[in-house]
Design a protein around this ligand. Structure first.
Ligand code: ASP
Length: 292
C-alpha cells in the first residue's frame, strides 16, 4: 500500500548542442511517457508494466537516443541495448546490440516474462522478437536525419537521449527500465551499462529502483545502480545513496546521472553532467519536468 509514483529520464549530457532536439519537444515527450506510466499504475497494474509503457513512448519518439532516433555506431549502424528489472523478485530481462527491433524495452520485458535467459544479444534476440511477433523493422526506419548528420560529422559529443523509468505500484512493488542506442560512434558490438543489471539498471522492492545514464564504462565500473541499492540497504536515504553513487563516477573518469525511487516512494534524480532531462509524478500530485 502507499503512493503510486513514476519518474522518467531522457538522458544525461550537455545541453543545446546543434544536434539536440528542441527542449519543448523533449519535455512534452517526457510528460506523455509519465502519463502512460501513470495510467498503467492507476489501473492497478504492476510497476514493471508502468516502466515498460513509459519507456516505449520515449523509444517511439525520435527526439531520444533509444528505438527510433538512436545514435549510430562507427559503422553507421544502429545497435540498441535495453533492460527491465522487477523489484519484487529481482527478475531481469535485457537485450544488447539489437538492430531491427522497434521497441527494445518490449523485447526485454518479454524475455523477463519467459523466465529463462536474463540477457540475450544480437541476432538471437532479434529472432526471439520475430517469434514473439514483436514489431521488427528495417534498420533505416530507426535512423533519423539528425543522427545521420551527426555521424557524417563524426560528432561523438555526449548529448541527452538515453531513456529510463522507475515506478512504484499500489502493492509497493518497484521496477526499473532503461533503453539506449548507446554512445554516438561506438564500436560495433560494444555493449554499454544500460542492459547490465547492477550497472545501468537495478530494482529491489525493499530498497530502490534505479535507471542510470551517462558514461557507460564508468557506470559499469562503479556498479552504479547497485551502489545506490547497497547504500540504501546499509541505511542511507535514497537521496543520499543516489548522490554518493553518482559522485563516484568521477573516480572512473566519467559523468552521468540517475533516477532512483525508494521503497517509500522517495525520489532522487542527481546528475554530474550539465543537464539531465527528467520527469516525475507522485500519486495526487501534478507531473513535473526539468532539463538543467
Ligand atoms: N549510458 C549509455 C551508454 O553508455 C549512454 C547514455 O546514457 O547516454 O550506452
Amino acid at each position: 500500500v502507499g503512493r503510486l509514483a513514476i519518474a522518467v529520464h531522457g538522458g544525461a549530457g550537455s545541453r543545446s548542442r546543434p544536434e539536440a532536439p528542441a527542449e519543448e519537444d523533449v519535455q512534452a515527450a517526457l510528460l506523455r511517457a509519465l502519463e502512460a506510466g501513470r495510467t498503467t499504475l492507476e489501473a492497478g497494474e504492476a510497476a514493471l508494466d508502468a516502466v515498460v509503457s513509459a519507456v516505449a513512448v520515449l523509444e517511439d519518439d525520435p527526439a531520444f537516443n533509444a528505438g527510433r532516433g538512436s545514435v549510430l555506431t562507427e559503422a553507421g549502424t544502429v545497435e540498441m541495448d535495453a533492460a527491465v528489472m522487477r523489484g519484487s523478485d529481482r527478475a531481469v530481462g535485457a537485450v544488447a546490440a539489437v538492430r531491427r527491433v522497434r521497441r527494445p524495452v518490449e523485447l526485454a520485458h518479454a524475455l523477463l516474462g519467459r523466465g529463462r535467459d536474463a540477457i540475450l544479444c544480437g541476432d538471437a534476440a532479434e529472432r526471439l522478437a520475430r517469434d514473439l511477433e514483436l514489431e521488427t523493422v528495417p534498420e533505416e526506419t530507426l535512423v533519423v536525419e539528425r543522427q545521420r548528420e551527426r555521424w557524417r560529422r563524426r560528432s561523438a559529443s555526449p548529448t541527452l537521449g538515453t531513456v529510463g523509468a522507475v515506478a512504484r505500484d499500489s502493492r509497493g512493488g518497484l521496477a526499473a527500465a532503461t533503453s539506449t542506442g548507446g554512445r554516438a560512434g561506438q564500436a560495433v558490438g560494444r555493449i554499454g551499462d544500460s542492459p547490465i543489471p547492477g550497472a545501468g539498471t537495478w530494482a529491489d522492492s525493499t530498497t530502490c529502483a534505479v535507471s542510470c545514464t551517462g558514461d557507460g564504462e564508468a557506470i559499469i565500473r562503479a556498479a552504479c545502480a547497485h551502489e545506490v541499492h547497497a547504500r540504501v540497504r546499509a541505511g542511507a536515504t535514497p537521496a543520499e545513496a543516489a548522490a554518493a553513487a553518482t559522485a563516484e563516477l568521477a573516480r572512473f573518469d566519467g559523468t552521468g546521472g540517475l533516477i532512483a525511487l525508494g521503497a517509500n516512494g522517495e525520489l532522487a534524480m542527481p546528475f554530474t553532467t550539465q543537464a539531465m532531462s527528467r520527469g516525475w509524478w507522485e500519486g495526487a500530485g501534478r507531473p513535473g519536468t526539468a532539463i538543467g
